[in-house]
Design a protein around this ligand. Structure first.
Ligand SMILES: [Zn+2]
Ligand SMILES: [Zn+2]
Length: 343
């Protein structure tokens, strides 16, 4: 192992990121050095590197918040992990002491430390350091194929759990069946007998959703609400909106049934009107972001048991700029994983 490595760094606001030679980090007490198998790119990275959305901490740091790999080295005081273990890095650290963390709602932590890849060094490098409490064991899963579970798979799992709360199934509408929505269709099939109705503007995404178990698929358009009602006898029990624009939220509010729940995951900037009899009686609207560690472990267990399949497109480490360009153009079908130089 050399002393330095190549990392893809966020260097200043308004700059698209650059490759820098940096020292290989060393794990401190309670930490592990992870040899990176791969790290995913997603819309959040476009926001950080291209749109200059200053919602994240100031640079510099290494990008990459969807990372899997193998434990290379352990810091002092770590006894419950072994060198060589395959792990996911949960990018959202938690304080451990606020009321939310104490009831295992780490994704709602009220004083969240900076996230890996979005405030402190992430996984677009050969190695990264993480606190061991942010690691989830992959067991028999290969870290190279498990990468999307670290963000897309876990975010989607949390949304599905929320959508299943009102009825444990019923008629569930999934708007947007790209990287996250594809996971949602599979989770709904694995965890419930829900009648899954999927919508997207891309025909090939709908074909994939049908393969994965959606009972009805529709191209989103002006008559979407009519189609959804026809495919949902007895009313819609939940809508998961992975898009989050005005049109998708309007559709959600037009189709949701009384006592149903709209779960918004997509950050498309849309608005939804709520109020007495604006939504049907007792209907709920919730947003969700991130995941609990428990969600991540359960998603890993489903993948281990073969009840969901993992798909991703891989690009070489030297092509990150092109990868982000392609992501911005919508050129990838599923999740995009940057293979690390280290695996
Ligand atoms: Zn992401
Ligand atoms: Zn907390």
């Amino acid at each position: 192992m050399t002393d330095t490595m190549l990392a893809f760094r966020f260097v200043e606001w308004g700059h698209p990121g650059e490759y820098r030679e940096v020292p290989v980090p060393q794990p401190g007490p309670g930490q592990a050095l992870v040899r990176v198998a791969g790290s995913g790119l997603c819309g959040t990275d476009i926001g950080l590197l291209r749109s200059g959305h200053r919602t994240w901490p100031d640079p510099p740091y290494t990008v990459g918040h969807e990372t899997a790999g193998w434990i290379e080295k352990l810091g002092d005081g770590v006894s419950d992990w072994t060198v060589g273990d395959g792990v996911l890095v949960s990018a959202l650290p938690w304080c451990g002491s606020c009321r939310k963390c104490q009831i295992e709602l780490e994704n709602e932590c009220r004083s969240r430390p900076a996230a890996y890849g979005l405030g402190r060094d992430g996984g677009l490098a050969a190695y990264m350091v993480a606190d061991t409490r942010d690691l989830v064991s992959l067991g028999s899963l290969d870290p190279r194929t498990a990468v999307p579970l670290a963000d897309a798979g876990s975010t989607s799992y949390r949304a599905v759990r929320l959508a299943l709360e009102p009825m444990r199934g019923g008629n569930i509408v999934v708007i947007g069946v790209g990287g996250l929505g594809e996971f949602a269709v599979q989770y709904l099939r694995a965890l419930s007998d829900a009648n899954v109705v999927a919508l997207d503007v891309r025909q090939r995404a709908l074909e994939r959703a049908a393969e994965l178990g959606a009972a009805h698929t529709f191209l989103a358009g002006v008559d979407s609400a009519v189609a959804v009602h026809a495919a949902s006898p007895g009313g819609v029990d939940a809508v998961i909106d992975f898009v989050g624009v005005n049109n998708s939220l309007r559709l959600a509010s037009e189709v949701i049934g009384s006592g149903g729940r709209i779960v918004q995951v997509g950050i498309g900037g849309g608005r939804l009107s709520v109020g007495w009899e604006v939504l049907p009686r007792s209907a709920q609207y919730v947003t969700t972001s991130g995941w609990r560690l428990k969600d991540m472990r359960e998603a890993v267990a489903l993948a281990q048991s073969g009840r969901i399949t993992l798909t991703s497109e891989h690009i070489p480490f030297r092509d990150i700029h092109e990868g982000i360009d392609q992501l911005q153009r919508g050129a990838f079908r599923g999740r995009v994983v940057v293979d690390s130089l280290a695996h």
